[in-house]
Design a protein around this ligand. Sequence first.
Ligand SMILES: [Fe+2]
Length: 260
Amino acid sequence: MLLAGDVGELFADIEWALRTLSSRFSVVVWAPGNHELWTHPEDPVQARGEERYRLLVELCRSLGVVTPEDPYLVWDGPEGAVTIAPLFILYDYSFLPGGVLTKEQGLALAYGTGVVCRDEMLLHPDPYPSREAWCHDRIAAAERRLAERDPALPVIFVNHYPLIREPTNVLWYPEFAQWCGTTRTHDWHVRFNATTVVYGHLHIPRVTWQDGVRFVEVSIGYPREWRHRSALPGVPRPGVPRQILPMPVAEVQVPAGGRR
Ligand SMILES: [Fe+2]
């Protein structure tokens, strides 16, 4: 079971969700979402930033849940062995809205339109000076880890954000893309020989292809969103896990614009 983040906000809720899932699946892999990293005013656990992340990693380890800090697993399925690489990459505001050139301009535009992610109030980067500094440190750490993997095996990335900009192009509020990733990972799916990138965050469950690599948005979303989703072809009912490997036949047949 691959979890692409945002399983909860309060520490006790996250623990309940991970404990429940780890009792029902033999292996659970978790990558943090922005909601787990919030220091919510109602949460008795008031740790911020890196300290909160480390507490979440400790929680996962106590439950046997695999995190981005653990050795990568190799999944040996009928299509061959693949490395499962959960990532914690965050974002650095480089997915700029159209017409702006800097992070400051992008944020000014967002505040002007009222489309501002609550991360600005609740996701603290401590001890880093900024969320983008934390993001860049995470990128460097992940690159070191990925360099040590078996290069002969393809990779399944599990990251809260899509690693590339393209999936954010259909956001209803384009200003929100600033909180959805970093341009610094734009080639990781090719560079690290990914077979699939599993991500969430956008609440737009779908499969897209980029450079012959499948990108699967697996978010369950909020109940208020489910009514609209039922009309989308190929999107399973809420709560039904998406199948990543073996690759579902229907998904193999739709590599829009990609090689295979
Ligand atoms: Fe999210």
